[in-house]
Write a protein that binds this ligand. Structure first.
Ligand SMILES: CC(C)(COP(=O)(O)OP(=O)(O)OC[C@H]1O[C@@H](n2cnc3c(N)ncnc32)[C@H](O)[C@@H]1OP(=O)(O)O)[C@@H](O)C(=O)NCCC(=O)NCCS
Length: 165
């Protein structure tokens, strides 16, 4: 599970040496618009430590994504998240701006869903999205997630989509 690939992407388990790419990704205000805002380098360093610990504890987590020519394209993964006091497992995906609009998020969302439901045998997966984030909602809908509810997460209006076994 440390590595997998899709038609256009190579995913590698998150490691310490992904820090510089993640810092640059999180400093782009457009990328971070629906992720709680731009993150200072120290915040991304803490984020990386948390997500490496998630791998150690659960055996899955975030992967760094590269295109076939080796360029860093973004990050994506499967991770625990507390929603309305319930321990859920979500899929997540974030790409550098230059890679938007090519179907890459849809490609990785479908791959993550297959890994989560088939390989990890999780009973269901969720997607949590800001209400107004049309592109990400569309990614989930195309991957066959069904709108379940609206709620408030970290003070923001969000919607929860779910896919079951
Ligand atoms: C959201 C994000 C992952 C989408 O990545 P992407 O690779 O461009 O997505 P895809 O190309 O696979 O699909 C996007 C879909 O949304 C549609 N879309 C894009 N912008 C839209 C908008 N403003 N309104 C409605 N639909 C929109 C696209 O047309 C496409 O649907 P289609 O295939 O039916 O035409 C990318 O913009 C990103 O990384 N954003 C920053 C991080 C982020 O917000 N992550 C998600 C957090 S929940």
């Amino acid at each position: 599970m440390d590595r997998f690939s899709t038609d256009r992407l190579i995913a590698e388990r998150l490691r310490d040496d992904h820090l510089a790419d993640l810092v640059a990704l999180h400093l782009d205000p457009e990328v971070s618009r629906y992720l709680g805002g731009v993150r200072a380098p120290e915040a991304t360093k803490a984020y990386l430590a948390v997500n490496i610990a998630h791998w150690d504890r659960h055996g899955f987590g975030l992967w760094a994504l590269r295109t076939r020519d080796g360029a860093f394209a973004g990050r994506a993964g499967i991770r625990h998240i507390l929603v309305d006091g319930i321990d859920e497992i979500e899929i997540a995906y974030t790409f550098k701006r230059e890679f938007w609009g090519q179907g890459l998020a849809s490609e990785i969302a479908i791959a993550l869903t297959q890994i989560g439901l088939s390989q990890l045998a999780l009973p269901s997966l969720i997607g949590l999205v800001f209400v107004g984030h049309r592109a990400s909602r569309r990614v989930l809908e195309k991957a066959n997630y069904v709108l379940e509810k609206s709620t408030i997460h970290h003070g923001e209006d969000v919607v929860i989509y779910r896919i079951r076994q």
